[in-house]
Ligand binder design. Structure first.
Ligand SMILES: Nc1ncnc2c1ncn2[C@@H]1O[C@H](COP(=O)(O)OP(=O)(O)OP(=O)(O)O)[C@@H](O)[C@H]1O
Length: 254
């Protein structure tokens, strides 16, 4: 067991936002989280990372209740790429990626070759090695997204949670980012809006609607016209792609 949730509930603004969700990310696999706007994906991911306290239910990381682990213990194995990650101004790309090393370093430890190699490797993997000295505020939206992914990679996590990591990315970088995450062989939970990307990359897909888990299973089992009509209110056809062998969805405009 790596990252798992049992009967999670969370309320905000007098409303139940996450309503009795139970799910488990299989070791080394990619679990996609899909659902309409406002269905609770980001809220659920924040609970899974220990960034929010659950109202009831349990999140466990490596078999231990995440609430019983220190922030550093969590960060040594779990990295998060949030949807709107803010950062201080007047920092460079490299400064942001170096933050990924924090959980592995004690307060007085000097910056080591291992730290340097992790940062350099992460920057290279997202194609930002030539931009390491560029000021953060001058980056494009897509470059910021890739820098945040590099920060998470520098953390060398065994579990990775990403909230809409393809947001702002062009099609090539969308494919590159998800190929990269898949290729890491770590356990990942990824919120995605694009069902075709979820079909291409995810081993399993969990579908949220109004805070509830309404379907879960392989892309083939979950991504069908009935689910898309029921959950997203959209008429769709699903075929097996001749290019990828994965389900491919075509939508009919309402
Ligand atoms: N702190 C909060 N206080 C009040 N309501 C909140 C709070 N956080 C989230 N919500 C509400 O919870 C619902 C779920 O939000 P969440 O961001 O988790 O959805 P989402 O599925 O990630 O949406 P999107 O696809 O639009 O990013 C929304 O209706 C949102 O307004």
């Amino acid at each position: 067991m790596t990252l798992a949730a049992r009967d999670l509930r969370w309320e905000a603004g007098g409303r139940i936002i996450v309503d009795g969700v139970t799910l488990e990310a299989a070791p080394g696999r990619m679990l996609g989280l899909v659902g309409p706007n406002g269905s609770g994906k980001s809220s659920l991911l924040r609970l899974l990372c220990g960034l929010r306290k659950v109202r009831s239910g349990v999140v466990s990381l490596g078999g231990t209740n995440i609430g019983a682990l220190s922030r550093q213990a969590v960060a040594r194995r779990l990295a998060v790429v949030e949807q709107h990650a803010g950062t201080q101004s007047q920092v460079t790309v490299e400064d942001v990626v170096r933050l990924g090393r924090s959980p592995h370093r004690s307060a007085l430890a000097p910056w080591s070759e291992v730290d340097e190699a992790a940062v350099a490797g992460a920057l290279e993997r997202v194609g930002l090695d030539a931009r390491r000295d560029q000021p953060w505020e001058t980056l494009s939206g897509g470059e910021r997204q890739r820098a945040q992914i590099a920060r998470a990679l520098a953390q060398e996590p065994s579990e990775l949670v990403l909230d809409e990591p393809t947001n702002h990315l062009d099609v090539r970088h969308q494919l590159d980012a998800l190929t990269l995450v898949r290729g890491l062989g770590v356990t990942s939970i990824v919120a995605l809006h694009d069902l075709n990307l979820a079909a291409l990359f995810c081993d399993e897909i969990a579908v949220l609607a109004e805070g509830r888990l309404v379907r879960s299973g392989t892309p083939e089992a979950v991504l069908n016209p009935e689910m898309i009509a029921e959950v997203f209110g959209v008429c769709a056809e699903v075929r097996v792609s001749a290019l990828s062998g994965r389900p491919h969805i075509e939508y009919r405009p309402n």
